[in-house]
Design a protein around this ligand. Structure first.
Ligand SMILES: NC(=O)c1ccc[n+]([C@@H]2O[C@H](COP(=O)([O-])OP(=O)(O)OC[C@H]3O[C@@H](n4cnc5c(N)ncnc54)[C@H](OP(=O)(O)O)[C@@H]3O)[C@@H](O)[C@H]2O)c1
Length: 327
């Protein structure tokens, strides 16, 4: 089968190649998905650049990407929750990475039927970003009337998180640049802050939750806009001690500056590394089918233009999801 692979670490144009590879093995708990569409996320770019070599070691060459939608064409002997012909979507687990290919095998626990009211391309863009938003906001215990700041509302994660937070009844602040203000407002955000002309730190006060999708200073500044006892969940900031253990860093300590801010604000800080989860994808399916959340697609590329899709991703300016149509 044809697959887009990383052949070495480095710049995108030098490191990706279309290769002919064997179909993946289907183990007892796996379904084999005939891929209709895949989507890419910043993690795929970080893998290519070699930044995650130690954290997420992979053999080279490896087929790329985690997000997939398609049709179940084969299943292992232990799979009872899916049938051949089911239309599904998934965030493929690390050890089965490789959705930019004609087929991908995925443990059935990470798979869900796809929402029935959207296309394969739209469904492929949902799993990684949607699970990230859902798991982060649920960790923070989001509830009706919470004041929530979601950074980068126009990104893949942010555009989903705004809609998820609104579905939960929260009041949503979000940041984006001037060109994106109008359509991000249409996602339901109550106060869209144009970071080119406004300072969010002067607008957001006493937030219950900050969802930090930007890192660096944004992680530290979050403690200046939360209420006492508020929660900061980050998907790009420093690891917390529990997450560090997950990556085998037993002696890791939260940076001092962050420890002090957490203490001063009597706050919670948590780094979230999203986890594949078929049940959570089932919840997302319901939200989509109930029209609570709509998929936001920036651009769909044909399989043959996957490298261009990666270049677009690397710009950091995606408006929603970047999808690759496989078949
Ligand atoms: N830990 C995890 O499990 C996990 C999971 C998913 C993602 N992540 C991380 O989360 C981050 C976001 O992911 P994503 O998929 O949403 O990325 P993305 O779709 O590539 O984000 C692009 C968006 O970020 C916005 N942006 C950039 N700088 C901004 C700023 N200073 N203020 C406000 N918006 C800004 C851009 O809007 P403008 O063009 O308007 O600036 C653009 O729309 C990435 O760093 C990713 O690696 C982590």
């Amino acid at each position: 089968m044809k697959a887009l692979q990383i052949v070495k670490y480095g710049e995108i144009k030098d490191s990706l190649a279309f290769n002919e590879v064997s179909k993946p093995m289907v183990h007892a708990n796996d379904v084999l998905i005939e891929v209709k569409a895949a989507a890419i996320n910043p993690i795929d770019k970080l893998i290519v650049l070699g930044y995650l070599k130690d954290m997420l070691p992979i053999p080279l060459p490896s087929t790329l990407a985690y997000d997939v939608s398609g049709i179940v064409v084969e299943k292992g002997s232990g799979v009872s929750n899916f049938e051949i012909g089911d239309l599904v979507y998934s965030r493929v687990p690390q050890e089965q990475m490789g959705s930019i290919a004609e087929f991908v095998a995925v443990t059935s626990a990470a798979v869900s039927k796809k929402p029935g009211n959207i296309t394969f391309e739209e469904a492929a863009g949902l799993p990684l970003a949607g699970l990230t938003a859902l798991q982060s906001l649920e960790y923070a215990g989001i509830k009706a009337n919470d004041k929530v700041l979601i950074h980068a509302g126009s990104g893949g994660v942010g555009s989903f998180a705004i809609q998820y937070a609104k579905a939960k009844g929260a009041y949503v602040y979000t940041t984006t640049s001037t060109d994106n203000v109008k359509w991000v407002k249409e996602l339901g955000a109550d106060r869209v802050i144009d970071y080119k002309t406004e300072d969010y730190k002067k607008i957001v006060k006493d937030a219950d939750i900050v969802f930090d999708t930007l890192g660096n200073n944004y992680t530290l500044e979050a403690f200046g806009v939360i209420k006492k006892g508020g929660k900061v969940v980050s998907v790009v900031g420093p690891l917390d001690e529990e997450s560090a253990k997950m990556f085998g860093m037993a002696d890791y300590k939260l940076p001092e500056e962050l420890t002090k801010l957490v203490k001063d604000r009597e706050a919670t800080y948590k780094y979230i590394f999203m986890q594949p989860n078929g049940a959570h994808l089932g919840e997302i399916k319901s939200l989509i089918e109930d029209d609570k959340i709509k998929p936001i697609i920036d651009k769909v590329y044909p399989f043959s233009e996957s490298v261009e899709a990666f270049t677009h991703l690397a710009s950091g300016r995606a408006k929603g999801k970047i999808v690759i149509k496989i078949a």
